[in-house]
Design a protein around this ligand. Structure first.
Ligand code: HEM
Length: 603
């Protein structure tokens, strides 16, 4: 929608020029009006010409949309129209590769760069090579700092790999990826959040009745945020509890259509509303036609400043409370903040140096970033998984049977604990999760920028060029349309490709596209003699390398726990066609436009 504001102003400018041409036939008595029209037309024309001259020049040999190079908004007009019509941005990017039948295209996107065209690369082996081995040449794009800098300027997402603060953040927060943290802190938090979500849905299902479905995504997001909040800060956010209590007090159900119910929202804690305001600002800054303009707008109106101030108060309180707990407890750590503060204090007292965590701003920024990146992404993936399982009842049944069998064999069914879910081998669940990540495109692009002039697929690319790496979507589904000559690849890219061929199992590699098309939801493709084979199909849902997803282990853990608990507790019957569909709404992640459920307790 925001992009279209750009389109509208452009059309308005053209309209003024058109008006001025017609004005020439007006009688002399309307001279002043005609003069104004001429002046405006002159102004608009000079602005268009100067803009066209200042537009970035195409990189020779890489396909592009011819007219876009002369337009002030470049390709943004077409992107804006696509977004307005479909709600999708990521898909449009890889449609450009399909349109030009090329794995590498260039676009003119002034909100990405006004100096260079933006490259879009849709070739998995080349992307694999870039993210794993070429960080020196292609690092995190400046754009990410412009976007995330408004909320968390010292958060790792927007930093360059070479910056010392990036390395410091990775070192500090790396503690949340240790097996002991995942086992003792993250897993119980995920179980508690998933159980509360199931309790909420049980009550909602009772109130909704067997014929009605309700929207699921807000509740799933609350569950993943609840889990992240508790594992980071050691306290409860209380979002799902508040929603359950709201249902208990009264049951205000509004029947919108015959097959859908809407529940009145519970009053959420102030800190949740602050987070929502920050996310709204981020969404506009990321998707708007000019991130600078929106940043200026939110800063000028005070919306951003107020929300940032309130956020700082909330997060400072969390940090101070965690510090006090560290001072008084006997080494028992219950959250990431305590782990980090405890370790750093021990280190600084040993070396008599000032602790890194004295710098509350860096801690706050990373905490906020993890809360944001760590809840929306996983929630979108869970929403997609529920859609696929609902629309594929046989797969859902097979998943449930496999879980019951696995836990019964371990002697822990029906009283399954966090430890049981973590340690029991669950290959079919792993296959369902992998297949969901492969098809759903939750985070289908990664942003890079050339640090020095370099070669991409045989093309010389100048320093400072933004490069969007498209790891999923239409280009991934149609790899044959984008075949790349092996000669165009760098030596490391060729090596990455042959390593991938060696990794994937020989029998499966040949049969895969024939038995299971790439656009079909089929967890079987990930199973080899009953075991989960992570290399059955090449995909990069978390990207990879030094800048790959920091929270991959936590995301996989949450997906495992939340899906296990929901599938054991409920059956999810297929919904009406009106409430189904696989259209995406793109923002920070690509999430389903519709995700309705009508959970039933198993008979
Ligand atoms: C299914 C869920 C998730 C998906 C699909 C996903 C995907 C991604 C992708 C594609 C990237 C970009 C990597 C690149 O540019 O090469 C990324 C970065 C990142 N993710 Fe995730 N993510 C998920 C969950 C999480 C969780 C749960 C957390 C936090 C606990 C998290 C934290 C981060 C951070 C901090 C980065 C930036 C890393 C850096 O710049 O070095 N993500 N994620």
């Amino acid at each position: 929608m925001h992009l279209l504001i750009g389109c509208k102003s452009y059309k308005y400018a053209l309209g003024l020029m058109f008006l001025s041409v017609h004005e020439t036939s007006l009688p002399v008595k309307s001279m002043p009006l005609s003069f104004v029209a001429y002046a405006l037309a002159f102004f608009v024309a000079s602005w268009l010409v100067s803009h066209a001259l200042l537009m970035p020049k195409p990189i020779p040999g890489i396909p592009y949309n011819f007219f876009a190079q002369y337009l002030p908004w470049g390709d943004m007009v077409s992107l804006g129209i696509h977004y307005f019509r479909t709600g999708e941005v990521f898909r449009w990017l890889s449609l450009q590769n399909l349109h030009h039948k090329s794995p590498l295209v260039q676009l003119f996107l002034p909100s990405f760069s006004t100096i260079c065209p933006t490259l879009v690369l849709a070739d998995l082996p080349e992307i694999d090579d870039i993210v794993k081995r070429r960080t020196g040449e292609l690092d995190r794009a400046d754009l990410m700092h412009t976007w995330f800098g408004i909320l968390a300027p010292r958060g790792m997402l927007g930093l360059k790999t070479s910056q010392s603060i990036f390395r410091e953040q990775r070192r500090l927060w790396g503690v949340v990826l240790s097996p002991s943290f995942l086992d003792e802190v993250a897993a119980p938090c995920a179980v508690r959040a998933a159980t509360e979500l199931a309790d909420l849905w049980e009550r909602k299902a009772e109130l909704a009745g067997p014929t009605h479905a309700f929207e699921a995504q807000d509740n799933i997001k609350m569950a993943t945020l609840e889990a992240m909040w508790e594992m980071c800060t050691g306290s409860k956010f209380g979002l799902l509890r508040a929603s359950i209590e709201r249902l208990e007090k009264s049951c205000p159900i509004k029947s919108k259509k015959t097959d859908e119910v809407v529940f009145t929202q519970a009053k959420m804690p102030k800190s949740y509303e602050v987070l929502q305001t920050l996310l709204m600002c981020l969404d506009w800054v990321m998707l708007g036609f000019s991130s600078r303009l929106y940043t200026w707008f939110f800063t000028y109106t005070g919306v951003l400043g107020r929300a940032v101030k309130e956020k700082d108060i909330v997060l400072n309180h969390c940090i101070d409370t965690a510090r006090q707990r560290v001072m008084t407890s006997k080494g028992q750590r219950t959250c990431a903040l305590e782990e980090i503060i405890g370790r750093e204090l021990a280190l600084s007292s040993a070396s008599e140096e000032k602790s890194n965590v004295e710098n509350g701003a860096a801690l706050r920024d990373e905490l906020l970033e993890l809360l944001i990146t760590g809840h929306e992404t996983t929630a979108s993936s869970i929403a997609w998984a529920l859609k696929y399982l609902t629309d594929n009842p046989d797969i859902q049944k097979r998943l449930k049977d496999s879980l019951i069998l696995a836990f019964s064999t371990q002697g822990c069914f029906p009283l399954v604990t966090a430890h049981d879910i973590r340690t029991t081998p669950l290959p079919y669940l792993e296959a369902v999760i992998a297949e969901t990540l492969r098809l759903s495109n939750t985070g289908p692009v990664s942003f890079r920028q050339t640090m020095a002039s370099c070669e991409i697929l045989g093309h010389h690319v100048p320093a400072g060029t933004p490069v969007v790496l498209v790891t999923a979507g239409p280009s991934y589904m149609s790899p044959d349309m984008l075949s790349t000559s092996p000669d165009a690849r760098s030596a490391t890219s060729r090596a990455a490709m042959s390593r991938q061929v060696e990794l994937s199992s020989p029998t499966r590699r040949k049969a895969d596209p024939i038995i299971y098309g790439l656009d079909v939801f089929e967890p079987e493709r990930w199973l080899l003699s009953g075991s989960f084979d992570p290399n059955a199909t090449h995909m990069l849902p978390f990207s990879a390398g030094p800048r790959g997803c920091f929270g991959k282990k936590i995301a996989l853990l949450e997906l495992r726990f939340i899906l296990t608990i929901l599938i054991l507790r409920f059956e999810f019957p297929r919904g009406s066609e009106r409430l189904s569909g696989y259209e995406a709404q793109d923002g920070l992640t690509s999430r389903p436009q519709n995700c309705y459920v009508s959970p039933r307790a198993p008979k």
